[in-house]
Design a protein around this ligand. Structure first.
Ligand code: ACO
Ligand code: ZN
Length: 483
């Protein structure tokens, strides 16, 4: 039951209101699902309102507090819980702003975005879980008292993989020796070259894209030209990556488009998996299109037009129609910080199938060929952090498991091309470092061994270094001058 507030002033905290009083900045509970019987509520902030003469037909763009922005969505009035609304703290200008916002975003006759979800075609959507648990198998390992490089085989314990799906990064329970807050802070915030928070728009401008055979719900704002953002669905040519606002224009384009693979050198091929190397300076338009596309799924990187300083390594799967884009990573031609990846993305329709770790593995193969170590550019996204951490753990455990005799952090770093810092950090995360007779030693515990042996049994496509045909490109000083 909704009660009406009698005060003409906007209320200021935790009270019942009617729908017409809701303004941008209000915090309230939102019914998570559209299913009427399912009454799970989540606290959210109103970021935008598409108002209608009848406020009950308004649409509200909401951000779920404490959850990743990719779960932000438009909701209808009936999903708002109006009995515990917190209003934004009034400032001198806030009243004016709120009023202006409501009018500038008034409904423009477009159908509600929710309509799109009712399409019959396959929809590849955002993972509905904010952030999963990164170390499900290792997080709850007791430290025990293992001997250096001791290898014991025991029965594998319960698999708690299920947990992964439901945990938020804020609820991570990592090893006691390791501060999750510090690590996340460090990984997410240190020294990004492309981050510019001010530029990141808060409200998604495109709801879904059609690319190849896939209809994909987008996650974030991307600065596509306005003409494309008027329609809720943007068509993207899967080969040249050009966007189209209407199906007719897109179909006309498809009749003319001759591209069947990314416009660069194929530097790796095994079975149906290929990698192409593309120079941002030579293929500006294609690379800009790729950046615009990837921004729909990347929240914190703002590289769209300045593609010259980057090489793009694009992973495809081949069939009789061509080489279909699966994912990519970009890499600075020259990185002062020793980064071997700037941005990395698996298109949502291919996610959680191991392609992200293949991309990461490929980036380290390139570093090995260069004879260097490398690390991804910070900040990492939540999913980036999960994937990298999992790759580092797998790689370092595999090395320790197979290595006979003494080793060191430097040696692990040399063989894997993972930086000393990332190796050290992973060893700490795994609780593998022990203080022994005045110095630190690396100890592999039973749990680590069980984890690794179980991991090896999983059928996974891996990068075969034999199939990489690549010499590191060299650029002259003038080629590295980007204006
Ligand atoms: N929920 C739970 N676990 C997940 C999820 C998820 N949504 N996504 C990935 N994982 C885990 C996997 O279980 C796997 O771990 P495991 O091998 O220990 O089981 C690991 O992360 C990697 O999974 P992959 O299937 O190999 O990775 P995927 O193809 O899904 O790609 C990527 C990972 C590239 C991060 C993808 O999620 C993505 O493109 N996200 C959007 C863009 C992004 O955030 N990029 C990283 C930014 S940081 C940077 O650019 C340097
Ligand atoms: Zn095309």
């Amino acid at each position: 039951m909704h009660t009406r507030a009698t005060s003409p002033e906007p209320p200021t905290g935790g009270i019942s209101v009617n729908v017409s009083q809701i303004v941008v900045g209000c915090k309230l509970s939102i019914q998570k699902s559209e299913v009427p019987d399912e009454k799970t509520f989540q606290r959210a902030e109103i970021l935008m309102i598409r108002s209608n003469e009848n406020p009950e037909l308004n649409l509200y763009y909401v951000h779920y507090i404490g959850f990743n922005k990719r779960l932000d969505e438009w909701v209808t009035f009936n999903r708002l819980k109006l009995d515990d609304v917190e209003f934004p703290k009034p400032t001198k200008t806030s009243k004016k702003k709120a009023a202006a916002h409501a009018t500038t975003t008034s409904i423009d006759g477009t159908p509600p975005p929710e309509n799109l979800r009712k399409r019959k075609r396959q929809i590849d959507s955002t993972p509905q879980t904010p952030v999963p648990l990164p170390l499900p198998h290792l997080a709850d390992m007791p430290s025990g008292s293992p001997m250096p490089n001791e290898i014991l085989k025991r029965k594998t314990e319960t698999n708690d993989e299920e947990k992964k799906d439901l945990e938020s990064i804020d609820q991570l329970e990592l090893l006691p020796t390791f501060s999750k807050e510090k690590e996340i802070e460090k990984l997410r915030t240190s020294g990004s070259m492309t981050q510019c928070v001010a530029e990141i728009a808060r409200v998604k401008n495109i709801n879904s894209i059609e690319i190849g055979q896939h209809l994909v719900d987008t996650w974030y704002f991307s600065p596509y030209p306005e003409e494309f953002t008027r329609s809720l669905l943007v068509y993207i040519c899967e080969f040249c990556l050009e966007p189209f606002g209407s199906k007719r224009c897109f179909q006309r384009h498809r009749l003319k488009c001759t591209l069947q693979h990314p416009p660069g050198n194929e530097i790796y091929r095994k079975d149906d998996l290929s990698f192409f190397e593309i120079d941002g300076r030579k293929q500006k338009r294609w690379c800009r299109n790729l950046c615009l596309l990837s921004k729909l799924f990347l929240d914190h990187k703002t590289l769209y037009y300045d593609v010259d300083p980057f090489l793009f390594y694009v992973m495809t799967k081949t069939d009789k129609l061509g080489c279909h884009l699966v994912g990519y990573f970009s890499k600075e031609k020259e990185s002062a910080e020793n980064y071997n990846v700037a941005c990395i993305l698996t298109l949502p329709q291919y996610q959680r199938k191991g392609f992200g770790k293949l991309l990461i593995s490929f980036s380290y193969e390139l570093s090995k060929t260069e004879g260097k170590t490398g690390s991804p550019e910070k900040p990492l996204s939540d999913l980036g952090l999960l994937s990298y951490r999992s790759y580092w753990i797998d790689t370092i455990l595999a090395y320790l498991y197979n290595h006979k005799g003494e080793t060191s952090i430097n040696e692990i770093s040399r063989v894997t091309s993972i930086t000393n810092d990332d190796v050290l950090h992973t060893l700490q995360t795994l609780d593998l470092l022990r203080y022994y007779k005045g110095s630190f030693i690396i100890c592999l515990s039973d749990k680590n061994i069980e984890y690794h042996e179980k991991n090896m049994k999983k059928k996974r496509v891996t990068i075969d270094p034999e199939c990489l045909k690549w010499t590191p490109p060299h650029f002259t000083a003038s080629q590295l001058r980007f204006i």
